[in-house]
Every structure is written in structure tokens, then in C-alpha cells.
Design a protein around this ligand. Structure first.
Ligand code: HEC
Ligand code: HEC
Ligand code: HEC
Ligand code: HEC
Ligand code: HEC
Length: 167
């Protein structure tokens, strides 16, 4: 059997076995280096801003460095269950190559500090319910397009001048 036929068969089997959900589960990790569950970690009471440390003080929220994971997962037998791949990143102190899914083109200015710390907006108004995610994102659940920025600015009476975002 050639590869193309094998792939077609596998996809057909997935569709029969549970449709979209199974397909999503099978392919959601495609571009991400590790499984990571927001649900599990946020459920332990770790605040969003403990990992995304830039979110109230700078433009970028940032993805946590390997050392943050090491606080718990670098404690060996005394620490929580740790997949070998994560243990290796920690041991070699290498950055985990997460693929970020929220990325605006370079001609758009965006500041987390402005929206979160000054504007008082919750993460949910732009990123949806991240606390329920059991796998890393592979795409934006609700795309952050210009129309979405504009409709909130309109509603909140914030500038919709082209140059306030495009500079
Ligand atoms: C008003 C909309 C908005 C709000 C509110 C918001 N974000 Fe974002 N977020 C964005 C946009 C837009 C990007 C892409 C930014 C870019 O490419 O410059 C982004 C990117 C990110 C990223 C990717 C990494 C990075 O450094 O850019 C993370 C992580 C993130 N946001 C976390 C959060 C968290 C946590 C909160 C709440 C404390 C939050 N965001 C609130 C719009 C928002
Ligand atoms: C405050 C401590 C803490 C921090 C910080 C932390 N974790 Fe965890 N992590 C845990 C605990 C506790 C579990 C649950 C282990 C279990 O189910 O037995 C876990 C589970 C996991 C699992 C699933 C293991 C499994 O097979 O169930 C992965 C993967 C993981 N963490 C990755 C990370 C990554 C990546 C980071 C850094 C961005 C991180 N963790 C930061 C405490 C932490
Ligand atoms: C233990 C650390 C940790 C905590 C706590 C945490 N995150 Fe994350 N977050 C990560 C890691 C690691 C990634 C990259 C992998 C992924 O996409 O799941 C990430 C990715 C994201 C992204 C996608 C960024 C992109 O562009 O790919 C958003 C949005 C986000 N987090 C928001 C939140 C929000 C909102 C909360 C609180 C409800 C939160 N995070 C709590 C570690 C954390
Ligand atoms: C859910 C509502 C909401 C969304 C969505 C939103 N914004 Fe905003 N934005 C605000 C609020 C509120 C402020 C004013 C904060 C303050 O009080 O300074 C603001 C302020 C700004 C400013 C500063 C404006 C000025 O007058 O200098 C820029 C730039 C900006 N937003 C860009 C964006 C971009 C780009 C997006 C889409 C990726 C976006 N915003 C999405 C609510 C939103
Ligand atoms: C509140 C922020 C905001 C304002 C105000 C705004 N834009 Fe945008 N614009 C964005 C974002 C975010 C993107 C990138 C996402 C997308 O393509 O929808 C974008 C993308 C674009 C693009 C597409 C560029 C490409 O790469 O394809 C054009 C053209 C554009 N804007 C023109 C304008 C014009 C003209 C105005 C004024 C009438 C304006 N924008 C006002 C946020 C804004």
C-alpha cells in the first residue's frame, strides 16, 4: 500500500471512529514540542501572570522559560510526573521551541500592558477560555483580526484612527 492510500485510510478510520474530535486530538500536537495542559496547571492555582510575566508590564506577554517549568519539574523524584522530553530540556537548560499562534504582522502595534493593566481587560476577552485548554494551541480558536480590534475600540470609545495601530 502506498503512503497516500495509508494516510487516506487512517483519516477515514478517524472520521468513522469519532469524527472531528478524534481528528483534532490526533493532529493538535502536530507543531508543538510537548503536551501542555493549561487546565492542569491553572487548576493548581498558578496565576496566568506567574508564567506570562510580561502581561501587565510590557507589550509582550511572553511564554515562560524552561527554568519556570524546572521549579517543579526539575526536582526529580520529589517533583511531579515529568515526561522524559521535558526532563531533557530542563537538564540541558534549552528553550522549549513552542510555536506561538498569536502573532500580529509587524506593521501593527499592540501592548498587553495597555489592555490588561491600564484598560483592565481580562485575558478571556481576546484569548477565550485558556484555563480549559488541555493541549497546546495549534491555531487561534477565534482569530484576532482587525475587525475584532475595531469593534471593541468602537464600543469602548477608544481611538480607531489607522495610525494608532499601524505605526
Ligand atoms: C485586547 C486583546 C488581548 C488581551 C486582553 C490579552 N491578549 Fe494576549 N495577545 C493579544 C494579541 C493581539 C497577541 C499577539 C501580539 C503580537 O503579535 O504582538 C497576544 C499574544 C499573547 C501571547 C503570545 C506570546 C506573546 O508574548 O505575545 C500570550 C502568551 C498571551 N497573549 C497571553 C495573554 C494573557 C495571559 C492575557 C491576560 C492576562 C492576555 N494575553 C490578554 C491580545 C490580547
Ligand atoms: C508549580 C509547579 C509546576 C510548574 C511551575 C509547572 N508544572 Fe507541569 N505539572 C505540575 C504538576 C503537579 C503536574 C501533575 C503531575 C501528575 O499528574 O502527576 C504537572 C504535569 C505536567 C505535564 C503532564 C505530565 C503527565 O504525564 O501527566 C506536563 C507535560 C507538564 N506538567 C509540563 C510543564 C511545563 C512545560 C511547564 C513550564 C511551562 C510546567 N509544567 C510548569 C506542576 C508544575
Ligand atoms: C505553568 C505556566 C502557565 C500558566 C499558569 C499559564 N500559561 Fe499560558 N502558556 C504556557 C505555555 C508553556 C504556553 C505555550 C504552549 C501552549 O500553547 O499551550 C502557553 C501559551 C498560552 C497562550 C498561547 C500563546 C500563543 O501565541 O501561542 C495563551 C493565549 C495563554 N497561554 C494564555 C494563558 C492564560 C489566559 C492563562 C491563565 C488562565 C495562562 N496562559 C496560564 C504556560 C502557562
Ligand atoms: C475587548 C476590547 C479590545 C480589543 C479586542 C482590542 N482593544 Fe485595543 N484597547 C482597548 C481599550 C479599552 C483601550 C484603552 C486602554 C486605556 O485605557 O488606555 C485600548 C487601547 C489600544 C491602543 C492605544 C490607543 C491609543 O489611543 O493610543 C492600541 C494601539 C490598541 N488598543 C490596539 C489594539 C489592537 C491592535 C487590537 C487587536 C489585535 C486591539 N487593540 C484589540 C480595548 C480593546
Ligand atoms: C485597533 C487597531 C487597528 C486600527 C485602528 C486599524 N487597524 Fe488595520 N489592522 C489591524 C490588525 C490587528 C491587522 C492585522 C490582522 C488582520 O489582517 O486583520 C490589520 C491589518 C490591516 C491591513 C491588512 C494588511 C495585510 O497585511 O494584509 C490593512 C490594509 C489595514 N489594516 C488598514 C487599516 C486602515 C486603512 C485603517 C484605518 C481606517 C486601519 N487599518 C485601522 C489593526 C487595526
Amino acid at each position: 500500500m502506498n503512503t497516500r492510500k495509508a494516510v487516506a485510510l487512517a483519516v477515514a478510520a478517524l472520521i468513522i471512529l469519532g469524527g472531528g474530535a478524534a481528528l483534532k486530538a490526533a493532529f493538535s500536537l502536530r507543531d508543538q514540542p510537548l503536551p501542555f495542559s493549561h487546565k492542569k496547571h491553572v487548576g493548581m492555582g498558578i496565576a496566568c501572570e506567574s508564567c506570562h510575566i510580561g502581561v501587565t508590564s510590557q507589550d509582550r506577554a511572553t511564554i515562560p522559560e524552561t527554568q519556570v517549568c524546572a521549579l517543579c519539574h526539575g526536582r526529580g523524584k520529589d517533583g511531579p510526573k515529568t515526561p522524559p522530553k521535558l526532563a531533557a530540556y530542563i537538564k540541558e537548560n534549552k528553550p522549549i521551541p513552542w510555536k506561538t499562534v498569536y502573532r500580529l504582522p509587524g506593521h501593527v502595534h499592540f501592548s498587553h500592558m495597555r489592555h490588561v493593566a491600564v484598560g483592565g481587560l481580562g485575558c478571556r476577552s481576546c484569548h477565550g477560555d485558556m484555563a480549559r485548554m488541555e493541549e497546546p494551541l495549534s491555531d487561534q480558536p477565534v482569530p484576532l483580526k482587525m475587525t475584532r480590534c475595531l469593534s471593541c475600540h468602537w464600543k469602548e470609545k477608544v481611538s480607531t484612527d489607522c495610525l494608532s495601530c499601524h505605526r
